[in-house]
Design a protein around this ligand. Structure first.
Ligand code: PFF
Length: 454
């Protein structure tokens, strides 16, 4: 095998992996999922899922990747000792390809909103126009057309590809180390402002005072799916990054830092968005359009809102690009190792395929939006199927593979390289892979498929 690139430092691995984890899932999807599913009850289940299922799977994926030192598909076969396991890896890679096609579309929307906040065009509204109607029409006008979203999403994917085409150390690692601090600074500025709004305490109640009467299997699987999506699990991302981690690094420590950073940013995103929503009497349950229709109304009413809007959309762009980088990296690493093409060729082939997928999603929201199955557009279906079915399925099979086939001794051996001897608590986390994750997720998925509502 050719000499593989590696990350050069722990901080670089954490920046790249946290960059992968922190993305639209935290800032766009988490608040609206929490908003739609009863707020704090959803958040509590989400937090339990992060600790009991997310964290152990994060270190497992890293360890599998570092052990196998290859692309996500072949990693499964190597760890499982049988080629049939590759099919799980293939499902993971297919999932990430499908996700990247709608992720680039939404990132394109965000770039559009950033651009129009910067020029001020987004807020050119005559005083007599109703702001709800206005922002709805801005969003519909943008998302229902073809050319504009396509151009903006292509900008997103090209910026990403430029980073990937350089390589791991000089591309992915270096740019993550620049972008993550920028993200943090933007976040702190925006949160600081948010806490001064009158709706802050109301959103604390909404986010942290649970109402368990709204919990159904669908809400639970939604929260678990959100936890996995947010940590980039079940899609080969951390396996791929793990394959570039050197044997001197402490994987458990890195996994803790990445899990913590991702969760903190999701919770703070709630605190960033809901105070504004409550202060201006908007619906927290708005759904995917929360940041595109509700938030701009808030920015319009806030003093200095336009600049808040510029910073907010810039924040989302930075978060989304570092996630897109990791998605492309899974596909690129796989392509390079299967074809022997150079990194540059592989990158542009993947960009080409993703762009076609992106265009199909964009058409599905726009000119082809009449093509709906069961009331869902192509994007709705992809989002639903990946988050509720393929991601949990890959996650469960990963837990079975690591817990039952690879076994704790081998997992621990890999984790102790560059780390410290496993403690009692570490062993207990490993047992979760065997005893908790598989039955819980399987039962929930069956309940979901059978349409059981509590
Ligand atoms: N974790 C990212 C987010 O929360 O937005 C999404 C993601 C990144 C999914 C990387 C898949 C992936 F491979």
């Amino acid at each position: 095998m050719k000499n593989r690139d590696t990350f050069s430092s722990q901080i670089g691995i954490v920046a790249a992996s946290a960059g992968s984890a922190i993305g639209l899932g935290n800032i766009w999807r988490f608040p609206y999922m929490a908003g739609k599913n009863g707020g704090s009850a959803f958040i509590i289940i989400y937090l339990v899922a992060i600790i009991l299922m997310g964290y152990p799977l994060v270190y497992t994926e890293f360890a599998m990747g570092r052990r196998a030192k290859t692309n996500a598909v072949d990693t499964f076969g190597i760890i499982g000792g049988k080629k049939t396991w590759n099919s799980v890896g293939f499902l993971a890679v297919l999932t990430v390809f499908l996700i990247s096609t709608f992720y680039m579309m939404i990132t394109g929307w965000v770039i559009y909103y950033f651009y129009h906040s910067l020029t001020g065009g987004l807020y050119h509204i005559s005083p007599s126009t109703d702001s709800v109607t206005y922002f709805k029409s801005v969003f519909t006008h943008m998302s229902s057309s073809m050319g504009i979203p396509l151009i903006f999403s292509m900008i997103a994917i090209y910026i990403t590809a430029l980073i990937n085409s350089i390589g791991i150390k000089e591309g992915v690692e270096k740019y993550s180390k620049i972008m993550m601090p920028v993200l943090l600074v933007l976040f702190i500025i925006l949160i600081g402002y948010s806490t001064t709004l009158p709706g802050f305490s109301q959103s604390m109640t909404f986010l942290f005072k649970p109402d368990f009467s709204v919990v159904t299997p669908a809400v639970i699987i939604g929260a678990i799916g959100q936890a996995f999506f947010s940590l980039s699990l079940g899609m080969g991302a951390l396996i791929t990054y793990g394959s570039y981690i050197s044997k001197t690094e402490n994987i458990r420590k890195i996994a803790k830092q990445v899990t913590f950073a991702d969760t903190a940013i999701a919770l703070f995103s709630g605190l960033l968005i809901f105070p504004a929503v409550f202060t201006y009497n908007l619906e927290p349950t708005a759904g995917p359009s929360l940041i595109f229709i509700s938030l701009p109304q808030v920015f319009l009413k806030m003093p200095g809102g336009r600049w808040f809007s510029v910073l907010f959309f810039l924040l989302v762009i930075v978060a989304a690009i570092t996630s897109l980088v990791s998605m492309l990296e899974i596909l690129i690493t796989y392509t390079i190792e299967k074809t022997n093409w150079t990194r540059k060729t592989s990158t542009w082939v993947i960009v080409f395929l993703t762009t076609i997928g992106g265009a199909i999603n964009i058409a599905g929201e726009g000119p082809l939006s009449f093509v709906q199955i069961g009331g869902r557009t192509i994007f709705d279906w992809l989002d639903y199927l990946t988050n509720n079915i393929t991601i949990p399925l890959v996650a469960v099979l990963t837990a079975i593979l690591a817990g039952w086939v690879w076994k704790n001794v081998h997992l621990n051996k890999e984790l102790e390289i560059g780390g410290t001897p496993s403690t009692m608590l570490d062993h207990q986390f490993n047992s979760i892979l065997k005893w908790l994750i598989p039955p819980t997720i399987i039962i929930l998925m069956i309940a979901l498929i059978l349409g059981i509502e509590a």
